[in-house]
Design a protein around this ligand. Structure first.
Ligand SMILES: [Zn+2]
Length: 222
């Protein structure tokens, strides 16, 4: 499976990407009312207001939870959608606390999310993101028949479990360069509570530096 980490370095283009995680544990917190929503709608609203294109990576469980939102996002020409596995397990033995997908289940896990997205989005991309960014040669080998391309990153947005928007803004503005792929999160809730507050200063700051926002597809097609 091919992997990309960034686009061409000769243009002032940057791709903002947002992952929509949902795990069995997160779904439990939703069901018990401990978290109101794992859709950061304020974030998406701000991207729309600022006309900033973005690439969104959805887990299968998130699609199950929010199918109407997926259709809505798919219908918005500002966004393109890719997949982020079914339930956000790790594809290496030690991927933070994500657990591990067994080798024999890797391909079916990824295909499951791709099939689900295809049912909700008639022009779904074949971009794919590994949970936690974890992969190795075994995972790439197992997933070769899936027909997806792994989209890595060169700027981790550091919005996961952030305690304020400030460090997120600083992290992105400091590390963005020509062709960068920035990873942030769109599930909000207790896992990424400040992404929507950080996004406006991030957009303003990158625009002030002369960057243009593009989707991953636009970035890679030049
Ligand atoms: Zn994720």
């Amino acid at each position: 499976m091919p992997v990309i980490q960034h686009g061409p370095r000769d243009k002032k283009w940057v791709a903002l990407t947002f992952d929509a995680d949902l795990t069995a544990l997160m779904r439990e917190r939703l069901q018990h009312g401990k978290v109101k929503s794992y859709y950061n709608e304020a974030l998406i609203t701000k991207l729309r207001q600022e006309h900033v294109p973005a690439t969104l990576f959805l887990t299968g469980m998130w699609m199950e939870q929010y199918p109407d939102r997926v259709r809505e996002l798919a219908a918005d020409p500002l966004f393109e959608l890719g997949t982020h596995t079914y339930d956000h397990k790790g594809f290496t033995k030690h991927c933070y606390t994500l657990g591990t997908v067994a080798r024999k289940d890797m391909l079916s896990d990824v295909r499951k999310a791709v099939t689900m997205l295809d049912q909700l989005d008639s022009h779904a991309t074949r971009w794919f993101r590994f949970p936690g960014g974890c992969y190795d040669g075994t995972a790439l080998h197992e997933l070769a028949p899936a027909g997806v391309t792994a989209v890595g990153l060169d700027v981790p947005g550091a919005d996961g479990f952030a305690r304020s928007p400030k460090p997120i803004v600083k992290q992105v503005l400091t590390h963005c360069q020509n062709g960068s792929i920035v990873v942030l999160h769109m599930h909000g809730g207790d896992n990424a509570p400040y992404t929507d507050e950080a996004i406006t200063p991030i957009i303003a700051g990158l625009r002030a530096k002369g960057f243009r926002f593009v989707t991953v597809t636009q970035l890679m097609n030049g």
